[in-house]
Design a protein around this ligand. Structure first.
Ligand SMILES: Cc1cc2nc3c(=O)[nH]c(=O)nc-3n(C[C@H](O)[C@H](O)[C@H](O)COP(=O)(O)OP(=O)(O)OC[C@H]3O[C@@H](n4cnc5c(N)ncnc54)[C@H](O)[C@@H]3O)c2cc1C
Length: 463
């Protein structure tokens, strides 16, 4: 048995999953290191504005105000019992060391770990549309971050487009903040959403919140279309209109900003660098790190929790964070409450029905690649178009993602495929006639997020 005094767990991520994991470890007498690139804890959903901003939790988080306050209070309450390192980006992992960039001091240092909980959350899943690189076009998550973190709107007259629960939530938050929401354009059909209702009723409170957002927008006369195919964002210097197909004809609407996205994708790069085994998860249409019901990865000592290992939402992230911490403790001989561990797993298991319902309500637009024109920019870091990807397939025989990257530079820029990887895989699958799971996934490379180049060159020079 390893006594708890010898355990020095590290948690990456101070969102709901990381916070509950930290709380659980502290409750068992440990002092974990908690690393987060954000300046304040809370993660994405409970993102906190800068300390000098004065907005009430109700204004910032709406129905989630109580949960947000509870998660914030949980980490704040641990202040002297954890080693909390905000503004700290983990950009590499190898040989039992995490390379961490401290954003304010611009210094990098190595943090050793033997037990690690990865709770790195998610980002937007992006399916580009012509014109998406124009100023004034943001992802849905980006649009929400602007509002939540800085109290800024992305425009005065905004169209939200794509699919997923965030579409309606962000539109509601913008309209409530006084922005003119010109339209909500959903690629899913309203019939999909009704068909999914029985499964989504397995989480009645969440389902009702969704209905409330839609009803609220409708009551205020916001234009809402389902079953659309986004065609292009128009504009010269910045977005000035949006054009879509509504099933019978093309429509155009003036706006000065667009928020778009198709649900979320897990931030799996760190799990990848850590050597975790991945498998294709059809429900999420993504390669995800494997984990057991308790959050154990395929690598000893590495645990996975929250949206970073599969999108399950904020409540699930809290439960998974606690469950992963209990697994870590139990694996090292620390007595834990087994009944509590089982109850958490049961709760997490029950969410699968709801998750299936969400996928049915907001299905991935599987015909996206077939409609993507050759001129469409897929990778904006390296300016790689859909046509160049198709030519790489035809001329060089690329049939796998890493080969496609090597030959076309897709995913080789600053985002390392975090933004373009999903779309590139769809184009590759369509061009080669393979199911998307067979084209594989981009291998993780350090740095997993952009860092100043002089830091890497200084390391390389042994500085
Ligand atoms: C932009 C965005 C907006 C969202 N808004 C909502 C919403 O309004 N309502 C809702 O129900 N759900 C929302 N979601 C989903 C919701 O945020 C998640 O379900 C929930 O936050 C998951 O919790 P988590 O702890 O797993 O991850 P997160 O809350 O995402 O926390 C992960 C944390 O890890 C940190 N991190 C990630 N990588 C690194 C690294 N390499 N080094 C250091 N730190 C790192 C991040 O800074 C972050 O604080 C949103 C998701 C996104 C991406």
């Amino acid at each position: 048995m390893t006594g708890s005094a010898t355990l020095q767990p590290v948690i990456v991520g101070a969102g709901p999953a990381g916070v509950r994991a930290a709380q659980t470890l502290v409750a068992h007498g440990l002092r974990p290191v908690v690393i987060d690139e954000a300046g304040r804890s809370g993660g994405q959903i409970y993102r906190r504005p800068p300390a000098n901003f004065q907005r009430s939790p109700k204004t910032l988080y709406g129905f989630e105000a109580a949960r947000a306050t509870a998660v914030h209070a949980a980490l704040d309450g641990l202040a002297d019992r954890i080693d909390y390192r905000p503004d700290s980006l983990v950009w590499n992992a190898q040989g039992g060391l995490l390379d961490v960039l401290h954003g304010r001091s611009r210094t990098t240092r190595s943090v050793p770990y033997r037990q690690l909980i990865v709770a790195t959350g998610a980002t937007d899943r992006v399916l580009p549309v012509p014109g998406w690189t124009l100023p004034g076009v943001y992802t849905l998550g980006g649009a929400q971050v602007a509002l939540k973190f800085q109290g800024c709107a992305i425009g005065r007259r905004v169209v939200f487009m794509g699919s997923g629960p965030l579409l309606y939530l962000v539109a509601y938050q913008y309209a409530k903040a006084g922005v003119d929401v010109a339209a909500v354009l959903d690629t899913a059909r309203f019939a999909d959403q009704w068909a999914a209702a029985p499964a989504m009723l397995s989480q009645p409170a969440v389902f009702l919140k969704g209905l409330y957002y839609v009803g609220w927008l409708r009551a205020r006369g916001v234009l809402m279309h389902g079953g659309v195919r986004p065609l292009r964002v128009l504009g010269d210097a910045r977005a000035s209109a949006i054009c879509w197909h509504d099933g019978t004809r093309e429509q155009t609407l003036e706006c000065d900003a667009v928020g778009f996205g198709h649900a979320l994708r897990s931030e799996t790069q760190l799990a990848d660098l850590l050597g975790c085994r991945f498998a294709f998860e059809p429900l999420q249409r993504a390669h995800l790190p494997e984990r057991d019901g308790a959050g154990r990865s395929s690598v000893d000592g590495v645990y996975l929790a929250g949206d970073g290992a599969g999108i399950m939402g904020a409540d699930a992230a809290e439960w998974a964070g606690e469950r992963a911490a209990l697994a870590l403790l139990a694996d090292h001989g620390v007595p834990v409450d087994a009944a509590r561990a089982r109850a958490l797993e049961r709760r997490l298991g029950k969410l699968v029905t709801f998750r299936r319902g969400l996928e049915r309500a907001f299905p991935f637009p599987e015909d996206w690649a077939a409609h993507a024109s050759d001129e469409l920019v897929v990778c904006r870091c390296e300016n790689v178009t859909a046509g160049e990807l198709r030519r790489t397939v035809q001329d060089c025989g690329a049939d796998e993602m890493n080969r496609l990257k090597a030959l076309s530079r897709v995913g080789m820029g600053r985002c390392q495929g975090r933004m373009c990887g999903v779309a590139a895989a769809e184009i590759l699958a369509h061009a080669t006639g393979q199911p998307v799971q067979q084209v594989g996934r981009l291998r993780g490379q350090a740095p997993i997020k952009p860092i100043p180049i002089q830091l890497v060159s200084a390391e390389g020079a042994g500085a």
